[in-house]
Design a protein around this ligand. Sequence first.
Ligand code: PSU
Ligand code: MN
Length: 295
Amino acid sequence: MTTPFVALESTVISHGLPYPRNLQLAQEMEAIIRGQGAHPKTVGIIAGEMIAGLTPAQIEHLATAPNVRKVSRRDLPIVAARQEDGATTVATTMWIAARAGVEVFATGGIGGIHRHGGVGTSSDVSADLQELAQTGVIVVCAGAKAILDLPATLEYLETHGVTVIGYGTDDFPAFYSRRSGLPVDVRCDSPAEVAAIWQAKRELGLPGGLLVTVPVPAEDEIPAAEIEPAIEQAVAEAANRGLRSAEVTPFLLTRIAELTGERSLRANLALLKNNARVAAEIALAVGAPTPSQHP
Ligand code: PSU
Ligand code: MN
């Protein structure tokens, strides 16, 4: 029986939320996972060392230190060689978690393909998608923000063989909004159903992860029609500033939070905590012996 670990990312701590909410949230997610009987492992990079299971002091450091690098896959050799600190994205959290034997990971939203004609070009494709295609971790998230081209993002996942599960939904969630109008590949209504698909994927020898998408709790949802004007404004501003590469996502996230105020922060915190709980339940189900293994 595998130990029920749940990985957590650190880009959301260093770049995704304002202090002190970021630090409180990081601590709350760990507490929620422990409360479910699983073990949290917050992932980050300290002085070039890739760590799954940061100490409370290390988490506080990443929540407060200025200019912590946002580390995607291409940045790993840089921070390792230069012994820098780094906040890990979904891609690098998956990579470090997998090497540490952690199979389940809770986050807020994954990166994806940016909207065409907005910032840069539609060739801005998050490394998160490629990581899902190749690294064997179950990623529990609230879908992807509508700052992205969601149909193109789902097409990419399909092409690269990533199964997209709707947890209690048939509709791919759009982070602040419970629905995007786009279908998921399969709906699961329990942790055991997710664990069964994961086990089948493993037995078939298929590489890569699973994407489990959980809608934001209904009381904290911001309907798509209300959030869309803020998204369009943020995307236009990013384009006007000529932002590129890793700068784009943090700028859009910060700007939308400013434009929509406390409400988007509340939705963000609520969905992160909800995802921690669901991920812990899935980790327990994945770790549990199944009837076919133990007849
Ligand atoms: N989407 C969110 N919140 C986040 C991120 C994405 O709603 O905090 C972060 C995650 O760490 C994700 C990263 O892995 O941004 C994607 O950045 P990029 O698009 O540069 O790959
Ligand atoms: Mn990008």
